[in-house]
Design a protein around this ligand. Structure first.
Ligand code: F6P
Length: 342
């Protein structure tokens, strides 16, 4: 077989571990040829590819980013995109395409499946917002990076008696904010799933300070939204998948907190730092297991599936189940975290 591999969407720690596992199993166990398309779907449209061998993928397990490069290209937004994808795969004799990505990349894989393109999905994203898998790889690393940052910000908050607003990524899901906020002992966590009320937020900070605290840490997800009519947020530009480029809510929030409470307030936006650097051991192992199972699925001709973690098992699930709706934080989880707020 010739198995194609691509990484699409935002880069994320663990992508190289998946690529390495696919090559080790595909070439080393099954004797298949593995080729990598450069920059996600863009490489399939532009016929930009490279051969992946055991020799060429040595030493990448611990490396962040993706040796293949990535992009937010959506073939369905390009003239004749689907036909070009089909033509590239036919010309290159690709029998199976392992697509490593989040909701966008895997959404394309799912739609292309209906056009006869033989895809297997591997779920990645620091946002952890894909359904049908308990967790995506990359998330654990991002939570650890954010937690380390919150720990460090605590010392400045404490020394200067400040409110520190920490903005984390996560797009429309609050997993990263909630998890790092809980792990880092945040005093307030704002997530997209529950619009925040500035008055309530400031009351909670005042209440905390009235009880003797001299500082506070507020973790805010980039996609958190103020309750209707309470604050104006600038409209953002969108990508080929129609997603707004988020970021900046922390900067909008901090002056409001400072002017309403009188507490000196600073902002740290963690942004792409959360996607950078080496994956944690958890993510390396999960990514490796996903890569091995995806290779088996490709070998078996089990297309239209995505590998997923269910409990402690790596299983195959229908791609459609993963991309139908975003996995967001249930209200009960935020409610249980609220015991630590204010
Ligand atoms: O989906 C991963 C993610 O890091 C989101 O959390 C964030 O909103 C987005 O990608 C940022 O994308 P870009 O790297 O294109 O700015």
């Amino acid at each position: 077989m010739r198995i194609g591999v691509l990484t699409g969407g935002g880069d994320c720690p663990g992508l190289n571990a998946v690529i390495r596992a696919i090559v080790r199993k595909g070439e080393g166990v099954y004797g298949h040829q593995i080729i990598g398309f450069r920059h996600g779907w863009r490489g399939v449209l532009d016929n930009e590819l490279t051969e992946l061998t055991i020799a060429s993928t040595r030493g990448i397990l611990h490396r962040g980013g993706t040796i293949l490069g990535t992009s937010r290209t959506n073939p369905f937004q390009h003239d004749d995109g689907v036909a070009i994808v089909q033509a590239t795969l036919a010309r290159e004799n690709v029998d199976a395409l392992v697509t490593i990505g989040g909701e966008d990349t895997l959404g394309v894989a799912h739609k292309l499946g209906a056009e006869g393109v033989p895809c297997v999905g591997v779920p990645k994203t620091i946002d952890n917002d894909l359904s049908a898998t308990d967790v995506t790889f990359g998330f654990n690393t991002a939570v650890q990076i954010a937690t380390d940052a919150i720990d460090r910000l605590h010392t400045t908050a404490e020394s200067h008696d400040r409110v520190m607003v920490v903005e984390v990524m996560g797009r429309h899901a609050g997993w990263l904010a909630l998890s790092s906020g809980l792990a880092g002992g945040a005093d307030l966590i704002l997530i997209p799933e529950q619009p925040f009320d500035l008055d309530v937020l400031c009351d909670r900070l005042r209440h905390r300070h009235a009880r003797g605290a001299s500082f506070s840490i507020v973790v805010v997800a980039e996609g958190a939204e103020p309750a209707a009519g309470t604050m104006t947020i600038q409209a953002a530009t969108t990508d080929e998948f129609g997603h707004a480029r988020l970021g900046g809510i922390g900067n909008a929030l901090a002056p409001e907190i400072e002017s309403r409470t009188g507490y000196e307030t600073r902002v740290t936006t963690l942004g792409h730092v959360l996607r950078g650097g080496t994956p944690t051991a958890f993510d390396r192992i999960l990514a490796t297991r996903f890569g091995l199972e995806a290779t088996d699925a490709a070998h078996d001709g089990d297309f239209g599936t995505m590998v997923a973690l269910r409990g402690t098992d790596v299983v195959r699930v229908p791609l459609g189940d993963a991309v139908r709706e975003l996995k967001t934080v249930p209200p009960s989880l935020l409610d249980s975290a609220a015991v630590f707020f204010g």
